[in-house]
Write a new protein. Structure first.
Length: 318
């Protein structure tokens, strides 16, 4: 009798942020470069899965590739805060064990997703922040630390200048946030063992202050994985926190019997905009079904389905 464990067909879905992405202002060269970086992240994650590796390794590899690109709001492409610095957040979650790790407000970590994983695997905690997270990183020999200026890019500096000019001009202090592109990167993977993992990373909100932290490092808000599905969110973090977006999607599947698509639609197209928020989410279930839902003008995304078909998209195309 054959007692070997049946192998699942693998799948991977990634995002590079949702928000105000204007088709007529996104040049051909920029679109080509963004799609190439999405493809590179897919390749990095898929290489792990194709060799029989674990979902957790796959999502870390994919997100590291996105963090190293200057085109997404994470790692090297992170936005500036109000003081002209960068403060980064990330989280990971392993679905079949419910282990999780997260960091918030780190300023010298080249790949925050890897530090989040180290918190999960090499500390008794789930989340570390700021100076404490940096101190923990310094005890590890495998976490690269860089000057804060490593994260600088010219286009993010322009975004900061524009945001501060809008803030000064607006009578309502919140008006400058409306319709603003925030951005995040994330990945969800299903491995050959049928295990799911999720990772999410961000530079946060342009011109943020007072140590603001969004949904990305909060397990259940911006990131979730369990035995049924994994979710990574991107959007206006305050609303994703208030809606517990990532966990709500999973809970609708667990307790209501909703399909992955129906659950993701209900939260991203219903619960979040009903409160006044916007953004998107990618999700993947244990059968390899993928959902990519957003209520903004666009979401950078890519996928490799269980049948091997793959693609990238920015606007409404699928």
């Amino acid at each position: 009798m054959d007692t070997t464990t049946p192998k699942h067909r693998t799948a991977l879905v990634i995002h590079g942020g949702a928000g105000v992405i204007e088709r007529d202002r996104l040049g051909v060269d920029d679109e080509r470069a963004i799609r190439a970086d999405l493809d590179a992240a897919l390749d990095a994650g898929h290489a792990v899965l194709a060799s029989g590796g674990e979902a957790l390794d796959a999502v870390e590899a994919a997100v590291r590739a996105l963090e190293d690109s200057p085109r997404f709001n994470a790692g090297h492409g992170a936005v500036f805060d109000a003081d002209g610095q960068h403060a980064l957040d990330a989280s990971v979650m392993d679905g079949h064990t419910r282990r999780a790790g997260a960091v918030a407000g780190v300023t010298t970590i080249r790949n925050p997703v890897s530090l989040a994983r180290a918190v999960m695997e090499h500390s008794p905690h789930v989340m570390l922040i700021g100076a404490g997270a940096e101190a923990f990183a310094s005890t590890r020999g495998d976490i690269e630390q860089v000057p804060n200026t490593y994260f600088d890019t010219a286009h993010r500096r322009r975004e900061l200048d524009q945001a501060q000019a809008r803030e000064f001009a607006d009578a309502d202090a919140a008006d400058h946030l409306k319709g603003k592109y925030f951005g995040t990167v994330g990945a969800v993977a299903l491995d050959a063992r049928g295990h799911i993992a999720t990772a999410t990373s961000t530079g946060g909100m342009t011109n943020k202050r007072w140590g603001r932290v969004g949904d990305t490092p909060l397990v259940g808000a911006g990131t979730w994985a369990d035995e049924r599905c994994g979710v990574s969110g991107t959007g206006w973090g305050e609303f994703f926190i208030r809606c517990a977006v990532a966990h709500d999607i999973a809970a609708r599947m667990a307790y209501r019997g909703d399909s992955l698509q129906a659950a993701t639609d209900a939260v991203i197209l219903g619960a979040v905009p009903e409160l006044g928020g916007d953004g998107g989410a990618i999700a993947l279930d244990r059968d390899g079904r993928i959902a990519m839902v957003f209520n903004t003008t666009g979401m950078y995304r890519g996928w490799i389905r269980p049948d091997g078909s793959r693609g990238t998209a920015i606007f409404g195309e699928s």
